[in-house]
Write a protein that binds this ligand. Structure first.
Ligand code: FCB
Length: 410
């Protein structure tokens, strides 16, 4: 452990990339998503399989990130690996994540850890996920184990990734339509049957009326566990924030924002920071606007609006914990990065407390139901050999990060 480095990391701005365990590790076989990807019918275009094999190749990933010029790395630990059966915690898996953290420190990267990036253990989903009355207690127990073993090595931690995702996907992908509900239900039934259960619940496709209160309780328990444990690092919550812009006089932009954020703005109260995660704006789009490969409008300026919103609504220090673009044209990624960073600089110049920027993502990876087609990575990954190749955007952003790091060290 290098406490000196951790303390330095707390003071200097963090420039990093963001990843999630399930999207890069591969073979996350005890997770709910693994099963959902492999049942019939499924909403997933393809299974995650080996992903980027980062479970084994993290030393290379961490070294690459450092070499490019970053000073921080956001990654997720996988609950399904750490507690593959209820109450059966794996010391070997906790040791694995300790090694990932050590590797970050050895390369001068401040590690920001996500406790839960949508996936949960399969057994947890099969007992109703966060719909179950005692789900918060179970998540709290997991957080406690993590805090005790990994706390001394963490530079920052967040509880839930995009805690409001259940709300956002409903609005963005219209998951309330009867067809979408039926398709999801069919996949859930197949998952439940595969586990010999009569229920199944997922974070990404949550029925928030049944799960949200428990999830907030789980978040609060996790914050307490992290803060009570060893180590001294800021604890936050990351929120999906697309800039919602009204078109025309009768727009409902404000009420739409309230629907998307729900009670999570208040839930950030016990946190030391909030993680802003922004990809685009939401509006009745102008015809002909450029779209990214994810179908979003190309609109990096959205980040300025969400940073301002977070500063006003939550009033905590801010890290941009995700921001990026799915594209096969890397020059558009560079343009997106430059425009998004211009927003960050303006926000800082205006006095807002923005402490870091994490680009999504280090690697081209498993983009949930969309499979591997959407490429958000700064680094290309060969799907068969797993060879990594930095794109020009990686070199571009790495150079910016290095220069910013050098400035702040002066
Ligand atoms: C965010 C998720 C992340 C990734 C990006 C593209 O909403 O947190 O895992 O899928 O979108």
């Amino acid at each position: 452990m290098r406490p000196d480095l951790r303390l330095r990391a707390r003071r200097r701005p963090l420039w990093g990339t963001a990843t999630a365990a399930h999207q890069i590790e591969g073979n996350n076989v005890n997770s709910d998503f693994w099963l959902a990807e492999n049942v019939a019918p499924t909403l997933f275009r393809e299974p995650s399989g080996d992903a980027c094999d980062s479970y084994h190749r993290y030393p290379e990933d961490v070294a690459l990130a450092a070499e490019l010029g970053f000073n921080a790395y956001r990654f997720g630990i996988e609950w399904a690996r750490i507690e593959p059966e209820p109450g059966a915690f794996s010391d070997a898996e906790l040791d694995h994540y300790a090694r990932v953290l050590e590797a970050c420190h050895a390369h001068g990267l401040a590690p920001m850890v996500t406790l839960s990036h949508w996936t949960v253990p399969r057994w947890f989903a099969a007992r109703g996920g966060f719909e179950a009355e005692d789900s918060a207690e179970l998540f709290g127990r997991f957080a406690e184990r993590v805090a005790l073993r990994l706390g001394p090595l963490m530079a920052a931690a967040t509880t839930f990734n995009e805690c409001n995702i259940g709300r956002l996907v409903r609005v963005m992908f219209r998951l309330d339509s009867p067809r979408a509900v039926a398709a999801r239900q069919a996949m859930f039934v197949a998952c439940a049957q595969a586990c010999g259960s009569d229920r199944w619940a997922s974070v990404l496709f949550a029925d928030i009326d049944k799960s949200e209160a428990h999830q907030i309780d789980a978040h609060q328990r996790a914050v307490e566990a992290l803060k009570a444990g060893p180590g001294d690092y800021p604890v936050g919550l990351t929120i999906a924030m697309q800039a919602v812009e009204g078109v025309g006089p009768d727009h409902r932009a404000q009420s739409m924002t309230e629907v998307i954020n729900g009670p999570w703005i208040d839930a950030a109260a016990p946190c030391d920071f909030v993680g802003v995660q922004t990809y685009t704006r939401m509006r009745v789009g102008p015809e002909g606007a450029e779209r990214t490969a994810a179908g979003y409008e190309f609109y990096p300026q959205a980040l300025g609006a969400t940073i301002r919103f977070a500063a006003e609504a939550i009033g905590k220090p801010i890290y941009v914990t995700e921001n990026g673009i799915a594209t096969n044209d890397d020059s558009r990624r560079i343009a997106y990065i430059d425009a998004a960073l211009a927003e960050v600089r303006t926000a800082i110049a205006d006095g807002l407390d923005v402490r870091g920027y994490f680009h999504w993502s280090l690697l081209d990876n498993f983009e949930w139901t969309f499979g591997y087609a959407q490429r958000f990575g700064l680094i290309e990954v060969d799907r068969r050999t797993f060879a990594r190749k930095a794109k020009p955007s990686a070199v571009h952003l790495g150079r910016i990060a290095r220069q910013a790091g050098a400035r702040s060290a002066r």
